[in-house]
Design a protein around this ligand. Sequence first.
Ligand SMILES: Cc1cc2nc3c(=O)[nH]c(=O)nc-3n(C[C@H](O)[C@H](O)[C@H](O)COP(=O)(O)OP(=O)(O)OC[C@H]3O[C@@H](n4cnc5c(N)ncnc54)[C@H](O)[C@@H]3O)c2cc1C
Length: 521
Amino acid sequence: MNRAAMVARLAERTTPWDFVVVGGGATGVGIAVDAASRGYDVALLEQHDFGKGTSSRSTKLVHGGVRYLEQGNISLVMEALKERGILRQNAPHLVSNLAFVVPNYDWWEAPFYGLGLKVYNVLAGKYGFGNSEILSREETLQRLPTIKTEGLRGGVVYYDGQFDDARLLVNLVQTAAEQGAVLANYAPVTAVSKGADGFVDGVVARDLESGRELRVPAKVVINATGPFADGVRRMAEPEASPLIAPSQGIHLVFDRAFLPGDSAIMVPHTRDGRVMFAIPWHGHTLVGTTDTPIDAPTLEPLPMEEEIAFILETSAQYLHRAPTRDDVLSVFVGIRPLVKSGDSKLTAALSRDHTIHIDASGLLTTTGGKWTTYRHMAEDTVNQAADLARLPERACVTKTLNVHGFHSAPEKFESLAVYGSDAPAIRALADGDARLGARLDEALPYLAAEVVWAARMEMARTLEDVLTRRTRALMLNAAAAVRMAPVAARLLAEELGRDQAWADAQVADFLAVAKGYSVRA
Ligand SMILES: Cc1cc2nc3c(=O)[nH]c(=O)nc-3n(C[C@H](O)[C@H](O)[C@H](O)COP(=O)(O)OP(=O)(O)OC[C@H]3O[C@@H](n4cnc5c(N)ncnc54)[C@H](O)[C@@H]3O)c2cc1C
């Protein structure tokens, strides 16, 4: 996981890689893990940091999708429930079983949701997370002490998975590297090259740290740029008609006091006919999400006023103490890479299934899907890519491949639990130097040692990488992240051999990004 060594390997190589993957989100990194673990030769290029796109901005659920069950998409639900089970088995340090309660205020809700959620669990088969149950009013209140009590009849509890998306992504980058893949962040692909036969034969990328241009030859180029996929397709075929209908979803983060129990709330029908979740996450309450069509994707999408109002209004319908704008600790926004279907203007109705598309130039684009199904999507994509490159077939091995950090009892590492088997090494760093053992801010559990670890072992290159994706500080509490920025920047500068001017510039850049995560004036 040394960036300089990775870039050197990319620059030195003159023979084609089996696959060059463009995009370092769940889709691209999943493909790198799959291809490398089958013994294919694979390189991956990410324009910003790994996970900068949608893959660090999800609702953090590893789920079958109760909503897709309502829509009758049984095959998607079954596939996702199976993948949920596989992911918990391969990354138990990051995926946990969470109880979700659907509060009932109408007489018909308990039998209706009770039956639907029974079916949900039956569809999971041997990958089930626990039986759903109908709860009395008292049992519902025990699980959700802050729920609105007027008219409350009871609830239905069911079980689904929860995870830390950016951390899983970093662990998957490490897994891919351990399997022999070469991966570089801050290396945007700027052009797709073609051979004399008109077929795509590689990419041109820029190493943003040295400014050097990299020519990366490939048997097959895999476009895994999620919401940005059409931009890369147009590099190969300027007239390519759009595949993606981007839609954004926002999340608001509040103090834990708004949801103090261990259960999440699932609202099965919001005013716009969607589901909404309020879930306990890293000692906070995360509420989301929305589904708003947008014109074009950006790397730092911003929440719209009506989206913020909608989440506050829906929260007020269910929580005894309605959260206000002043209670919002952070807001973050992700963009869905939904695949267009005809003229549908309603992105909420578009399929969450993945799509593999091969252009006339041979560029393979893989998009859609969900975080939960990234492994299956990667398996399908590598099968197709190997076929396209006429490579010998090799069986996929990721169903039983442990993800870096695998640990079956991570709770004992307390605030470092998400690091799994890496936690003792970070603890040793913290214990060996009082400065590294200190917390970065009182409001969050992060230690100075985690900044050093991120730079040394996880290819973090900027302050924003450390405070947004290696730790989740910015997404949990924007004001606390801003407070810790100067100290974290100094530590990072020391670790990367940079000076104070670099650290100051990092703080300034970070503060500019952090503004978008605060709703306060
Ligand atoms: C609001 C919201 C909530 C969600 N919640 C859940 C959930 O709870 N559970 C679940 O299973 N799924 C969820 N999803 C879906 C899931 O997050 C996405 O399906 C998944 O993250 C998409 O990953 P990706 O790799 O395709 O795209 P991305 O993560 O966006 O990755 C694409 C990458 O390509 C890079 N890139 C773009 N152009 C270039 C270039 N020219 N050169 C190099 N790199 C480039 C980008 O920088 C980016 O990092 C949610 C999605 C949204 C929007």
